[in-house]
Design a protein around this ligand. Sequence first.
Ligand code: PMV
Length: 338
Amino acid sequence: MTVCSAPGKVYLFGEHAVVYGEPAVPAAIERRARVTVDPRDDDHVRVTAEDLSLDGFTVEYTGGTGDRPDVDVPTPLVDAAIGYVDAAVRQARAAAEEPDAGFDITVESEIPLGAGLGSSAAVVVAGIDAATRALGEPLDRRELADRAYRAEFEVQDGEASRADTFCSTMGGAVRVEGDDCEPIDAPNLPFVIGFDGGAGDTGELVAGVRELREEYRFAADTVRSIGDIVRAGEELLADAVPEADPSRELLVELGELMDFNHGLLAALGVSARSLDTMVWAARDAGAHGAKLTGAGGGGCIVALDPHEETSTALSFTQGCEEAFRAELATEGVRVEEP
Ligand code: PMV
């Protein structure tokens, strides 16, 4: 039995624009997906998934048979979760050159599904790591991140950047620009997350931005401006003391950029009433900045606040299902049980 875990992430800056070659800075957070893998004697794959949403549910199916579980959550989410596990298995089999390897897999995740916190990337990263280790062929981190990206790319019909999978593999904050991915230094940013209980359709939202960008020059300019925000944010982070508590001045400046980033994402049509409501509740409570994270359309916002006010205000905000503080996860994927 091999158990690996990998963290979720928030986008400090740059989602959507990263799809068009602009840089993005995601940061890993201490909410993890744990994947347990037991090799089998036959070539079957059996997956049990627990707590794939914050409400929790269990699904059991036999991979590849077309069976679908009978559970009380939207079918597209369950199909997506199963699709990611299948893709991770294909990558692990290819990496270990064992095309007929069978596995019993258990997925336990604390990361809400499809809500902008990188749940699928965490499952894929931890899954490929655990499966290749179980086959005696552990991968180095760069190859693991690359295979996890290929798994996401396959499931998302090519609409995937390397941001989520690289960040979940490496931990900490990272910078992604096209195929170029590097860890960067970051202070202990005081993230507060608000979750509306829902999820956006990433494919649809990415397609919407693509259409706007093709139709209007000002939409293409908006995407480029998001890139400018990311570059400004990177400069601020580069001047900060890594893994220390950030100064108030830094939080104010980063927060201003996050607010700007949210405004531009809203202009591109990827926010939602629930996300805007949570963003304003956070700002009113004194957060230094707040923005949606991930594809948008529903799901999560991220705010910066070292105090409890934002989290408390969000927990009383209509439409906010859950509010929680999230530490920067300095460790990416890790072995829990060898
Ligand atoms: O919602 P998430 O966490 O899957 O993030 C999507 C981010 C996009 O930039 C919209 C797409 C991508 O793959 O980068």
